[in-house]
Write a protein that binds this ligand. Structure first.
Ligand SMILES: [Zn+2]
Length: 379
């Protein structure tokens, strides 16, 4: 999801699948598709902190060397040191004052994160049961089905990775190194939208894995403004399409409750502002197109792109998807520059009450594309 900061776990828990003889047991193969090992190491660290014993380097390393934490670092920039700090603030009695002041003066992100962490400890028994539920309810299969709905045929040949279920905050992350999701977030959301959030993250994993090395190389030679335009386009398309997988049945669904109603209200109110943010982004991009020699950074556009592109991207992807252009949306997945043009085409053709991007913006996007094909996508 990558909401926070501008911005998705298995011990070999042997469990009895019911007592009745008729229930099938979970095969070894199915059990290995999620990795929950880090969850138990997390609770060991939490216990140590709560007992005023700062964990040894060995104990921290045991936790933070799990693949899920590596995915967080490479996908989101949250380092092991940052995880250590948040757990220490949350559970180490010596840091009580710091924690109290965060609850008093912190922003909605900080407060929601610490409420969530406190709950990861308080809800241990429910979370252990949830691990069994995830293993037994074909969550993994639901995730794959949901992702595949939004991938072109040629992308469906990917090898689904082991999914790292960990505990770290109300979030989930993915890039080509893997997928991770917080167990408590899964507890809140998967019973209502099974495999949705994971499907969103798996979609990122697949897209990132298919990004060619040559495309990454070309990016290095671009000027800063072109790089910025590409990033805006890539983030909006990537998050927008992935949000079609999970947002309406998940975070935006009133049935979903988490530890922080305040944070949920904030997210929902931001997502309701899609139209306004598109107009705002259009103005910013027009300005960039008129000053091509000037260097712009993400700060110039960040207000128009809450949650790193989710709000604008979701509005655009939903508009395209709901108006008969699902195939075109999916088949141009490897050409993000077509996303804005397709959105404009749909709004004009269906005469929708939705803001358009100026022609100079579409031109700017095409000129900034790293791909050799800079022709318009639909003309
Ligand atoms: Zn995402």
């Amino acid at each position: 999801m990558d909401f926070i900061k501008h911005t998705c776990l298995l011990s070999i828990l042997l469990f009895a699948v019911g007592c009745g003889n008729k229930k099938p047991s979970v095969s070894k193969d199915a059990a290995s598709r999620f990795n929950f090992e880090a969850v138990y190491d997390y609770w060991e660290v939490v216990d140590s902190l709560k007992n005023s014993q700062y964990p040894s380097d060995v104990l921290w390393d045991k936790l933070l060397n799990h693949q899920g934490y590596k995915v967080i670092e490479s996908a989101n920039g949250t380092t092991p040191e940052m995880i250590k700090e948040r757990l220490s603030i949350c559970f180490y009695p010596e840091n009580k004052k710091t924690k109290d002041s965060i609850f008093r003066y912190g922003d909605v992100f900080q407060k929601s994160m610490y409420s969530h962490l406190i709950e990861t400890d308080r809800s241990r028994e429910a979370l252990k049961k949830h691990i069994n539920w995830m293993r037994g309810q074909e969550v993994y299969e639901a995730m794959i089905d949901k992702t595949n709905e939004f991938l072109p045929e040629k992308y469906k040949n990917y090898k689904t990775p082991i999914i790292n279920i960990i505990l770290f905050g109300e979030n989930a992350h993915a890039n080509q190194s893997g997928v991770c999701m917080d167990l408590l977030l899964s507890y809140f959301i998967d019973k209502i939208d099974k495999g949705g959030t994971l499907g969103h993250e798996l979609h990122h994993y697949v897209l990132d894995s298919y990004k060619t090395n040559s495309a990454k190389e070309r990016n290095k030679t671009l000027d800063k403004t072109k790089e910025l335009v590409q990033k805006i386009v890539y983030q909006s398309q990537k998050e927008g399409i992935a949000d079609l997988i999970d947002k309406e049945r998940g975070y935006l669904n009133p049935k979903v409750k988490t530890t922080s109603p305040e944070y949920l209200t904030f997210i929902r109110s931001e997502f309701a502002n899609g139209k306004m943010r598109i107009s705002q982004l259009n103005k910013k991009l027009v300005t960039i197109s008129q000053n091509k020699n000037k260097t712009y950074t993400w700060d110039f556009v960040s207000e128009a792109l809450p949650f790193y592109g989710h709000v604008v991207g979701f509005y655009m992807a939903k508009t395209i998807n709901e108006n008969g252009y699902h195939k075109e949306l999916i088949n141009t997945i490897n050409r993000p520059q077509c996303f804005f043009e397709l959105y404009n085409k749909v709004v004009q053709e269906k005469k929708l009450d939705a803001p358009l991007f100026d022609e100079v913006v579409i031109q700017l996007i095409n000129e900034s594309s790293s791909q050799e094909n800079t022709a318009f996508c639909y003309k």
